[in-house]
Design a protein around this ligand. Structure first.
Ligand code: ADP
Length: 255
């Protein structure tokens, strides 16, 4: 069996000694689109940040393709939640995307023609090439979100973590992003996405991680995205997906 793209063993994360995630053990094979779902405050962003080494682990370890994260950083791309980044300074859209190529450049090398071509190709993929020269701060929230995706694409990673990439985007952009994620998947990449739309997760994703401070379940959507697990994750507050709630009333699985 091939080595999992991402493995998390016995992970516990605490802020000021207050545990917010514990007993996280999971494995995800490569080439999967993985939804991370759970109520607000469930620890979804914390899980991503901990996996990326941005938040220290109280215990446990993270492996990317069988090796510690520290040795595999170059294989990982990240798009943080939009609100968490302040882009109110003068930098062009193309320059933001060029930043994605820095990791491969090494010290003291400046991006050249090939990096600019990569940046433009990635902007093209998200439909933002016509705005390459604009200042990032002049763009709408949804447009910025697409530029950040382009920057992650420029990193040419194997594993992507996208924290709510659909926040504030219109329906057309949402389907463009889903299409892009599917392209990444067919290239063998593994894409983790924090997402609140359970219907999209059910219809388009392969794997799901259900989280509520502890891991409720992780596995293929068909077997894991069940009423029982949704109940455990959201408790009585499962109003997010009408169809799911309806299916639950009828005692069916939502899939
Ligand atoms: P989610 O992404 O599922 O909404 P988060 O991972 O953002 O949840 O937060 C999980 C919990 O950790 C929440 O109770 C939140 O208040 C807390 N938390 C998140 N970041 C910090 C931080 N930097 N310091 C202290 N507590 C935090």
């Amino acid at each position: 069996m091939s080595v999992p793209a991402v493995e998390i063993h016995d992970m516990t994360v605490a802020y000021q000694r207050r545990p917010v995630l514990w007993d996280i053990d999971l494995q995800v094979p490569e080439g999967k689109l993985v939804g991370i779902v759970g109520p607000n405050g469930a620890g979804k962003t914390t899980l991503i940040k901990a996996a990326l080494g941005l938040t220290p682990l109280a215990s446990g370890k993270v492996e990317i393709y069988g090796k510690p994260y520290n040795e595999q950083r170059h294989l990982v791309g990240y798009v943080p939640q939009r609100e968490s980044v302040d882009w109110d300074f003068p930098v062009s859209v193309r320059d933001v995307v060029l930043m994605g190529t820095y990791g491969k450049l090494g010290w003291f090398r400046r991006p050249g023609k090939s990096e600019r071509e990569t940046a433009d190709r990635c902007l093209e993929q998200v439909g933002m090439l016509p705005l390459a020269k604009r200042q990032i701060r002049q763009l709408s929230g949804g447009q910025q979100q697409r530029v950040f995706l382009a920057r992650a694409l420029a990193e040419d990673a194997q594993v992507y973590f996208l924290d709510e990439p659909f926040a504030g985007v219109d329906a057309a952009t949402e389907s463009a992003i889903v299409e892009l994620m599917q392209t990444l998947r067919s290239d063998g990449k593994t894409v983790f996405v924090v997402h609140h739309d359970l219907q999209t997760v059910r219809d388009y994703f392969d794997h799901v991680i259900l989280l509520n401070m502890r891991l409720i379940a992780c596995g293929p959507v068909e077997t894991t995205f069940t009423n029982d697990n949704l109940q455990k994750t959201y408790g009585g507050r499962l109003t997010i997906l009408d169809e799911a709630a309806e299916a639950m009333r009828q005692g069916d699985s939502i899939r």
